[in-house]
Design a protein around this ligand. Structure first.
Ligand code: PLP
Length: 401
């Protein structure tokens, strides 16, 4: 058994048939995050930035510390550049809202065919508001961004918004190449880190991006919390996205003036317990040996890829090797719908998978399909999970094909 499971309460009571391979959708919460949540909700629960009593001050201090921990996890220059959101989706919508103020009519937002809808629809909406255009970097047959096509797409590009890691193919984006492209064109670079954040600490400064978003629930934290990081000058260049309490300086009936970032973008009571628990999850992540966990993930990914490519009637999508990818593997069984595969794998084999378009319909179009099955690993995954996946699929294939 993978010893790391001791850090994950979901495995305390799980029996041997618990094979959770839907980590790209939501991973399991780690024990420090759950304990931090219980501790806050039990002993420190109060609203932040308002109360003058000790309990409220403890809550406010814990929330401020959570922002520092999130900044540390991504190596942000300042915690004031960290906005707590409900997840990557709100983060990317906020990024699109902010950066639309830098867009002129006719300019281009460059996304990719690989994007989750959360990093596509907000840019479409922003483009519509500003009279701008959305264009896409194509995807190679093995599910990576085709960066050789970048030069053809350089005309009037103002924003490049792409995934750091694909939720369908597991491909990790070559950010350095995108950074050079942005340097040459003067474009701003936004990364959707929803699938990268679960793979250890990040360095937004080394990546050279201008904004970065991720969700807590995929990175061993609670649901309902996420992070948007942005360069302070960009955060300070835009009016707020949402209005409400705690994001203002002064309000009269006619007009309002606004607080500086990050508070300008955190209208209303923030997800206090979520932020505190996320900080604990990020600290747990920072305490792990990611070189060893990466090697373990590559080993299990290779076993999945080998088993699936040997399986009769199984079509794999995405990179066939283990370099520059994470353990997110998409495939189809010939003549069997992905939902049927997932249902049988759960009911008959105790393997939890995801089937569908994965909120990436343009990519499904690119691959000329409507749905794939997806198996996704986490640091607590082990050989028994992969064996259950491959044996179960073989049985499902024989039953249904
Ligand atoms: N981006 C990617 C690549 C994702 O995989 C997801 C979720 O699956 C999201 C964005 C949206 O994340 P959330 O639903 O947590 O806001």
């Amino acid at each position: 058994m993978n010893e790391l499971r001791q850090d994950f309460p979901a495995y305390d009571t799980a029996d041997g048939a618990f094979h959770f391979l839907d980590n790209a959708a939501t991973s399991q919460i780690c024990r420090p995050a759950l304990e931090a949540l219980v501790e806050f909700e039990t002993n420190d629960r109060a609203n932040v930035k308002r109360g003058v009593y000790a309990r409220a001050e403890r809550a406010t201090n814990a929330f401020a510390s959570a922002r520092k921990a999130a900044a540390f996890f991504i190596n942000a220059p300042s915690p004031d550049e960290v906005i707590f959101t409900s997840g990557a989706t709100l983060g990317l919508n906020t990024a699109a809202h902010i950066l639309q103020h830098h867009l002129e009519s006719g300019e281009v937002i460059l996304v990719s065919e690989l994007e989750h809808h959360s990093n596509l629809v907000p840019w479409q909406l922003a483009a519509e508001r500003r009279g701008a255009k959305v264009r896409a970097i194509p995807v190679t047959d093995d599910g990576r961004l085709d960066l050789d096509k970048l030069d053809d797409l350089a005309d009037r590009v103002k924003i490049v918004a792409v995934t750091h890691t694909s939720n369908v193919t597991g491909a990790v984006t070559d950010v350095a190449r995108l950074r050079s492209f942005c340097d040459a064109t003067g474009a701003l670079l936004v990364l959707d880190g929803a699938q990268r954040a679960p793979h250890g600490p990040l360095d937004v400064q080394a990546l050279g991006c201008d904004m970065y978003a991720f969700s807590g629930h995929k990175a061993f934290g609670p649901t309902g919390i996420g992070v948007l990081w942005g360069r302070y000058d960009l955060l300070d260049s835009s009016p707020p996205f949402l209005g409400g309490g705690e994001m203002i300086r002064r309000v009269s009936i006619e007009r309002s003036t606004f607080a500086p970032p990050p508070h300008r973008y955190e209208a209303g009571t923030p997800p206090i317990g979520g932020a505190i628990a996320l900080a604990a999850a990020l600290e747990w992540s920072m305490s792990q040996d990611w070189a060893a966990l990466g090697a373990q993930e590559r080993d299990l990914t290779e076993k999945m890829l080998n088993g699936l490519s040997d399986m009769c009637g199984c079509r794999l999508y995405g990179p066939t090797g283990t370099q520059q990818r994470v353990g997110v593997v998409s495939f189809e069984l010939e003549d069997v719908h992905a939902h049927d595969v997932c249902q049988l794998m759960d009911s008959d084999h105790g393997v939890m998978l995801r089937g569908g378009h994965h909120c990436a319909q343009p990519l499904m179009d690119r691959f000329d399909t409507v749905a794939t099955v997806r198996a996704s690993l986490a640091p607590y995954s082990d050989q028994a999970d992969v064996d259950a996946l491959l044996n179960g699929l073989e049985a499902v294939r024989r039953k249904l094909a």
